[in-house]
Design a protein around this ligand. Sequence first.
Ligand code: NDP
Length: 310
Amino acid sequence: MPDILFAASSESWEEYEAPLRRAFDAVGLDARIAPEMAPEEVEYVIYAPNSALQDFTPYTRLKAVLNLWAGVEDVVGNTTLKAPLARMVDPDGLTQGMVEWVTGHVLRHHLGMDAHIVNPERRWDATPPPLATERPVTILGLGTLGQACGAALGALGFPVTGWSRSAKQVDGIRCLHGADGLAEALSGAQIVVLLLPDTPQTENLMDAERLALPAPGAVLINPGRGPLIDDDALIAALDAGQIGHATLDVFRTEPLPEDHAFWAHPKVTVTPHIASTTRPETAALVIAENIHRAETGAPLLHLVDRAAGY
Ligand code: NDP
C-alpha cells in the first residue's frame, strides 16, 4: 500500500480527496493518501505550486513527485528533490479546457466580435470578417497543449504554424524549431499564441525584436506564462499599433497588481489565469494511473526533463 502525501496548498484537499479515492479504487490500488504524513513515511507526493513543502531532504523513501499542474517552474529547480518529477497531462480536463479557451479567444479576434458587442454609436458596418483560411496563426510551443490547440484551429481552417525546441512533424501544422525557426514562425502571423513553459531560455522571448515580426496589428494571446513576454516592450508595441491587441491570462505577478498598466490599457484583455485548470475528477485518474504504473514496475508517464526545465 503506497503512502501518498497530498502537499498542494493551492489546491484544496476537500476538493481532491473523494476524486483521488475513487481514482485509486478504479485502478485497483490500495493507497494511503493524506494531507499530512511523517516525511520518512511518504513514497509519493502530489504537488501544486505554493506548497509549503520546499525541502524534500527528510523524504527518504520518496519514489516520485506528481505535479498537479502542467507548469513545473515552482519545483523543477528544487535541488533537494532527487526523485523523478511528473507533470500533469490530462487530455479530458486540462487539455480540453485549454483548447476551448484558445479557440474562443482566437475566434473573438478573428471575427472582430468586439466591434459588435460594444457598439454605442449603432454603426451598421457590414464588412465581413475574412475566412479562417486567410488568417495565419502561429503557436509557440508544440507540446501537449500547443499541438491540441493547433489541431483544433487547423480543423477550423486556420493555417497553423508551430514552433518548438526540437524538430517535429505534426499533421496539419507547419512545424519549425530552434532559434533559427523562430523568426520564420512569427513573420507574418496574424494571431500568435504562447504555449511555452517558463524556463530561463523562454524568459522575455517576446521582446521588442520578436514583437516586431508578426503582421502589423497582430493579436498576441498568452495562456503560457507571464515571463514569456517583456511587458514594457509589449506596451510599446501596442501603443505603436504593431500589436493590435493582447489577451493575457498569465503574468509575472499574480494576481496582476491593481496598478499594472495592463489593466488600464484599451488594447489588453486580462483574464485571471483561467485559461485552463486542473479538474480534480480527471486529474485524479491521471495521478492514480501513474502511481499504479510506478508500483507495478512500469515507467512513469509525463516525466519532466529537469535539465531542460519542463
Ligand atoms: P509541454 O512540455 O508538453 O510543451 C512545451 C512546448 O514548449 C514543447 O513543444 C517544447 O519543445 C516547447 N519549448 C520549451 N522550451 C522551448 C524553447 N526554449 N524553445 C522552443 N520551444 C520550447 O507543455 P504543455 O503543452 O503541457 O504546457 C505548456 C505550458 O502551458 C505550461 O508549461 C504552462 O506554463 C502553460 N499552462 C498554462 C495554463 C493556464 O491556465 N494558463 C494551464 C496549463 C498550462 P519540445 O517539444 O521540443 O520539447
